[in-house]
Ligand binder design. Structure first.
Ligand SMILES: [Zn+2]
Length: 312
């Protein structure tokens, strides 16, 4: 019920803001682009460079599953030429508003995850209306397809700069190919029986499929539902049985969940290390190694290798 009220307020304020917000694109002259996640914003930055004016909605540490738009966000949406979001129910509290803006027709609204080939997607809960796992950036080759959607959408919206977008995209895509190769080489240094990735929520399904990890999490694919004591104990049992050496906290989730798992393992007479922090759903802070998508993916695999490959 609560979200319906919030949504009602959002839609009303959206209608009101349509006349109150000046059209920035007219003043700036550049394509006004909004991206929800840092991963998408980074793709836009690499492809659009200086010819677009980019706003990134969800900064470091912000959980996209639970984020609710502010009135200021709605004004930003309204003044955009193009809005990119992940879709597939990642931005659960934003998707209705974004769909509505898209249907109004003045703004190009693109859910990058919903344009790529669904045969490449992992399942989620189709009976709940969420057929696919939204964490597509955690497989670099799958994310490549989303980057191509960004390129094609920018060219469509701003054909005068198509040569810039094409050239930048080609360079960025080859960097992604190199990233994919790097991750594969790093994974190869972990003994195969140690390739078990335990995190707080189930964000690494695509990562596991692409790079050969058994992925286990306390919470499900979304963080909208809380983890229970039974989930924590079940995971602790898996860690003990499989002798998993390390488990990982996530930048967008309180470490308490994973610390509770560590405690439960200890109560079972075993010891598991905290392997460090992974960036599952948001990039790292500006100036950190994980401030870009490529930096985030390198940080994650380097952290995983350091914790799992070491012999103890
Ligand atoms: Zn997630």
């Amino acid at each position: 019920m609560r979200w319906q009220i919030i949504l009602g307020i959002l839609i009303v304020s959206l209608a009101m803001s349509a006349c109150a917000v000046p059209d920035e694109s007219a003043a700036d002259g550049r394509l006004q682009v909004v991206a929800t996640t840092g991963q998408i914003a980074d793709a836009v930055q690499n492809i659009g460079g200086d010819v677009v004016n980019l706003t990134n909605l969800l900064g470091p540490g912000i959980d996209p599953h639970t984020y609710v738009a502010t009135e200021g966000d709605l004004a930003v949406f309204q003044s955009a030429d193009v809005i990119f979001y992940n879709g597939l129910h990642l931005e659960a509290q934003l998707e209705r508003v974004l769909e509505q803006i898209g249907n109004n027709g003045d703004v190009t609204v693109r859910a990058v995850g919903e344009v790529i080939d669904p045969q490449a997607l992992l399942g989620w809960e189709p009976e709940q209306g969420f057929p696919y796992d939204p964490h597509i950036w955690n497989d670099v080759l799958l994310w490549r397809q989303a980057v191509e959607v960004v390129r094609d959408t920018l060219i469509e919206a701003d054909p005068g700069n198509s040569a810039v977008y094409s050239r930048n995209a080609t360079a960025y895509l080859s960097e992604l190919d190199a990233l994919h190769t790097y991750i594969g080489a790093q994974v190869a240094t972990i003994p195969s029986e140690r390739r078990v990735l335990v995190t707080a929520h189930d964000a690494f399904g695509y990562f596991g499929q692409a790079y050969g990890f058994d992925v286990q999490a306390v919470q499900g694919i979304s963080t909208e539902a809380e983890a229970g004591a039974a989930d924590i104990q079940a995971l602790a049992n898996i860690i003990i049985t499989q002798q998993v050496p390390a488990i990982f906290i996530e930048s967008t989730i309180s470490p308490r969940t994973i610390e509770a798992v560590q405690e439960a393992v200890r109560a079972g007479g075993h010891e598991v290390q905290l392997g460090g922090e992974l960036f599952s759903d948001a990039l790292g802070a500006p100036g950190s190694a994980a401030e870009t998508y490529i930096g985030m993916m390198r940080h994650n695999i380097d952290t995983i290798v350091a914790a799992l490959a070491a012999t103890s």
